[in-house]
Design a protein around this ligand. Sequence first.
Ligand code: MCN
Length: 771
Amino acid sequence: MGAFGIGQSVTRFEDPRLLRGEGRFVDDVNLPGQAHMYIMRSPHAHARIVSIDPAPALTAPGVLAVFTGDDLARDNLGTMEMTLKRKRPDGSPMFARPHTGLSRDRARYVGDPLALVVAETPAGARDAADLVGVEYEPLASVTSTADAVGGAPVWDECPDNVSNVFEAGDRATTEAAFARAARVVRRRYVITRVHAQFMEPRGVVGVWDSGEGKWTLYADVQYPHRTRNALASRIFKVPEHMIRVIAGDVGGAFGTKGWQYAEHRLVLWAARKLRRPVKWSCPRSEVIMADEHARDNVTDAELALDAEGRFLGLRVRTRANVGAYVSSDRNLLATFSNVGTLVGVYTIPAAHVEVLSVMTNTNSTAPYRGAGRPESTYVIERLIEDAARELGRDSAELRQRNLVPAEAMPYKNALGLTYDSGNFPKGMEEALALADYQGFAARRAAARARGRLRGIGIANAIEKAAGPQPEYAEIRFDPSGGATVLMGSKNQGQGHETTFKQILHERLGLDPREVRYIDGDTERVAWGMGTMGSRSTVIGGTALWTAADKVIAKGKKIAAHLLEAAEADVQFTDGKFGVVGTDRTLAIKDVARAAFQPGRLPRGLEPGFYESGTFSPSQDTYPNGCHVVEVEVDPDTGEVEVVSYKLVDDVGTVINPLTLKGQIHGGIAQGLGQALMEQVVYDRESGQLLTASFMDYAMPRADDFCDLEIHSNPVPTRLNPIGAKGAGEAGTVGALPAVTNAVIDALASAGVRQHVDMPATAERVWDALKR
Ligand code: MCN
């Protein structure tokens, strides 16, 4: 509806403020009397802590306090215990140990927090941390996923380093499918460990108000209300109203900013002890040591096919590295929540998946853009590509032969997920046409003439997004007819202000420029789950739609009274209440004003005009899309250039094509980064973190990309009144395998048969060519 409604490419309402430097990011928060915290971290991958002596640091200039894990223990601070119940392969209970905030007897990864220093200045706190006397006894460590089982124990209580096992699908039918297969293709894929790399590193400011008996935490979290809940109920064991969490602008979050980092509790605890606001800003040079990491799987996958190339079964065994601590269910999310999309968009009748979560002397892993879906798509899409090559078939044709047909929707896959809607064959056909798949041979020949190897890669992505958990929205009118929308989701850069104002405009006809948008404050917004899993549009948007429905329902009663008509004769369209068959109308603003004047209301109607909505979907949505990528490899240097990127996606009803493209671009950038260059690397012997800064951790830049051409193949879902599916992670899910498949195709054209894992760095590609 109108220029601001659903489907319009509205430019972002939040941008002028951000571009003028008027945003309020967490590091912009500076309070009177504020002191600064620095976290002293373990330089060892694994060490016994013989002793910690804070005394020398206490004498440094400007130092206010030095605390260790013993101090936290004395104050009985709680931890984020696991609530998931899992088993180990032998049937014994799952092994998981949360972080305690500051580790005491053992340091279990490079970066493990051991002590905190609070001083008048950030530099003073950092310098004093060097004076904390720690005596370490280094121990053997294990960091690699492949070495974890049987490696040096991270925890003495868990000698084999196996935390738990997760299974999905049906083992027996899968065995049977493999037994009757004409061909079985087997591969091992390594999905590397990466770091999210936010524009603004994490930060927090903790404030204790003794007059009110209450804490305030300024933090760049994705779930302010759940952060409050965790801190109140699990860490400090106080009523939730004793903690206010405020998340202003967030400089990128991508899943790993999450909600349960030790620094949150540490600043609050220190603020109360010292009776001063305490601030912590993670130095850029420490982010890879301090933050949760992501992915890091070693996967053995097998595809069974019949003689005609029809898929019969899929068997997958994954070792997923969960790091040294499992400090809440989120650390395991990628190891179970999204394995169901391993069968992809294909009719694979039988599948069985087993994920072994292993512990190592590394940072915990957590959800990161896609949280298991990029991993699943990577495995199935590479396996199909490898199968096509092994069988001498065209990989596009092999895929098309096995796609779930549109008529089969809703389709229950062999791992138990029900895809509610989608038209995979149409999306793939359109993507191949867009990419001129038929013309590839000529482009390859032309590249060859220029001395370059050209490859094409396809990936059909599908993901499970916006799962069945509730979200909250509220619409508040004021007595002069103005409106404020309050959301339980949290904008981190996705453009939520714009998206939700568009939805509000569509339903209530309100001018978005006159609506105030609020999120991220537990005292302004009644409740919320927050933003993750591409859920905000689908679930928050529907909660807003629900609240708007209530506004309309109440407005009809008021309008009927004012227009002297029967309620049943009042209709709401284009922001106006009107009496059917007449030209008598009342704008919603006028109805809102009347709502605050009891004398203008029908007898018995409660004054006021504010409504909330809470929506919990019955199941996930399944956004999907087909990515087709072309790369050129310089055989002399191994350098890979992405020369063409085409994507046809289905995120159901598109709210804003412009911001959606922005989301897909960002998602592709993160997938391409991992496919070509990003990787967190530990030294296998010492367990040292070798990629601790941008000197060693390569990030993609603008000139690593070509134009990204994105078309839509929307099949609206019936799971919500808007018809939307999640979109925030869509680009990443398909980019990992599409880019990797293209690189491998380029190498195969030069006769390389050797298996290549990501990241396809120039060195690795060159090496494969030389061999
Ligand atoms: N959109 C649309 N039509 C749809 C769905 C979405 O137009 N059918 C557009 C809207 O502009 C919407 C945006 O895409 O605001 C993202 O929508 P949605 O899929 O609901 O995703 P969320 O808002 O819940 O964001 C979460 C998602 C995740 S899980 C990660 S990780 C990620 C991502 O968003 N982190 C981000 N994108 C990010 N972008 C930025 N800038 N920063 C992050 O931290």
